[in-house]
Design a protein around this ligand. Structure first.
Ligand code: NAD
Length: 451
């Protein structure tokens, strides 16, 4: 089976490579970005994603996967074309489908045989149907069979390869036995349940899943804010909640809010779509509002210490929206840096992999370093935006030794409150109260079989 993948971003490239890794041959990844394609052809991964470059090289050497900008030759005789281009947010919150439509029109120009077009990008309900109509209308040879299937992606950046190879499930939205069989064939070596639904349900499963996770994060941040007011500790609260299997132990961590290229836009897109259809999705609306406030929580706290940040050296630790990725889209660091720059702060930023992308936004208006020590030296305040391992493991005493004033605003709750205090730091984190280690304990009298 010949497979083309349109778009080699975080989703498209991982998809192409993992399909090859699990035995599919003849995969051609297409991108409009020539620089990216040149890198990939040399075996260089254009994004930071653990394990991806090794699998790219392995499968390229086996002759299973290749890269091109020449969409015509790639799509012309493909059996399957997987669309994985971006669907960013428009100013009104709705999803921008321009890139999907571009690929659809390119497909109509050049296909010469029956093809299943699979939309892997996150798209609002009804998009698969609309794109199928668009392709059929513009198709030159009306005898060719073109059908669209929905196959939303659930990977998380930072663990994308693992997520795709060993995910919780694969969802396929189809309208025919033909489409179902093709998708089953492609995914036959994947060790995960394959759920076949209709296309609208598949599209909705993706939004509902992402929005539910965003809701969980915003809920915990909301509770964390209340914890601060009433003197409870969000980490004890989360631990207590996590024992309940109906709640689970994931996504209970309070922080400075969700970012990235998915949760922010997918919550807004679903909310927009509901409103467009005359329904108000109140829960999702609340998740969005809580997140917007959360992003600037540290700055608001810091404003209690500084009348103005003008001319002050401010350290930022972590720029990416989470550890394990170089992606800075909608990262809380960006909105905070913008605010600090408006106030003319002298910003020094550390990140192990995200600097190149941040430089594209802020250029030389901030200074960058891959050394935490350099960034915090003589700083008057430090903001922690991403919980990189080397930030979490950074010795607390160094803040005291190196900073002009050891004042830390930690948006990821990286350090123990008591240890930070004992080290002489002025340390503000989110939703926490000092715990007495002698009191906070878990006593579990169940025997092993019960646990
Ligand atoms: N990033 C994630 O973690 C994630 C997870 C699940 C789903 N998604 C969804 O997957 C989709 C892709 O996201 P992403 O993060 O991989 O995007 P991305 O921005 O990283 O990559 C998109 C790629 O498509 C390319 N492109 C644009 N137009 C093209 C065209 N006409 N032909 C070929 N290539 C073209 C771009 O050059 C870019 O390389 C989005 O809908 C997103 O919501 C993303």
């Amino acid at each position: 089976m010949k497979i083309a993948v349109a778009g080699t971003g975080y989703v498209g490239l991982v998809t192409g490579v993992c399909l090859a890794e699990n035995g599919n041959e003849n995969i051609m990844c297409v991108d409009v970005d020539e620089e990216k394609v040149n890198l990939m052809k040399k075996g260089i991964c254009p994004i930071f994603e653990e394990g991806l470059e090794e699998l790219m090289q392995k499968n390229y050497q086996k002759g299973r996967i290749d890269y091109t900008t020449d969409y015509k030759s790639a799509y012309k005789d493909s059996d399957v074309i997987i669309i994985a281009v971006g669907t960013p947010e428009k100013t009104d919150g709705s999803a921008n489908l321009d890139a999907i439509k571009d690929v659809a029109m390119q497909i109509t120009e050049c296909i010469t045989k029956d093809v299943l077009v699979v939309i892997k990008s996150t798209v609002p309900m009804g998009t698969n149907e609309k794109i199928e109509k668009l392709i059929k209308e513009h198709l030159i040879d009306k005898n060719i069979r073109v059908e669209i299937a929905s196959n939303p992606e659930f990977l998380s950046q930072g663990t994308a390869v693992k997520d795709m190879l060993h995910g919780y499930r694969i969802v396929c939205g189809v309208e025919s036995e033909w489409a179902k069989e093709i998708l089953q064939e492609i995914y036959k070596n994947f060790d995960q349940p394959i759920l076949i639904t209709n296309r609208n349900s598949a599209e909705m499963i993706k939004y509902a899943s992402n929005d539910f996770l965003a809701l969980k994060i915003s809920f915990m941040n909301d509770i964390a804010n209340l914890c601060e007011i009433v003197g409870a500790d969000i980490e004890e609260v989360a631990l207590g909640m996590s024992y309940d299997k109906r709640i689970g132990n994931k996504f209970l961590k309070a922080g400075i809010g969700y970012g990235g290229s998915c949760f922010p836009k997918d919550t807004k897109a679903l909310h927009w779509l509901a409103q467009f259809k005359g329904y108000e999705l109140k829960t999702v609306k609340a998740a969005i509002e809580v997140n917007e406030n959360q992003k600037l929580k540290l700055i608001k706290k810091a404003a209690e210490y500084f009348e103005s940040f003008e001319g002050k050296k401010i350290a930022i630790l972590g720029l990416t929206f989470k550890p394990g990725t170089d992606d800075i889209r909608e990262a809380p660091s960006i909105s905070n840096i913008k605010y600090l720059l408006e106030d003319e702060a002298d910003i020094y930023a550390y990140d192990p992999v995200g600097i190149k992308n941040v430089q594209k936004i802020f250029g030389d208006s901030i200074k960058y370093s891959d050394s935490i020590e350099d960034v915090i030296k003589d700083a008057e305040a430090c903001f922690i935006m991403t919980e990189w391992e080397d930030v979490k493991n950074f010795e607390l005493k160094k803040y005291r030794e190196l900073m002009k004033r050891p004042l830390i605003f930690d948006g990821r709750n990286c350090y123990d409150l008591v240890e930070a205090k004992n080290e002489g730091l002025e340390y503000y984190s989110l939703g926490r109260a000092p715990m007495n280690p002698e009191i906070t304990t878990v006593i579990d009298n169940r025997n092993k079989e019960q646990k």
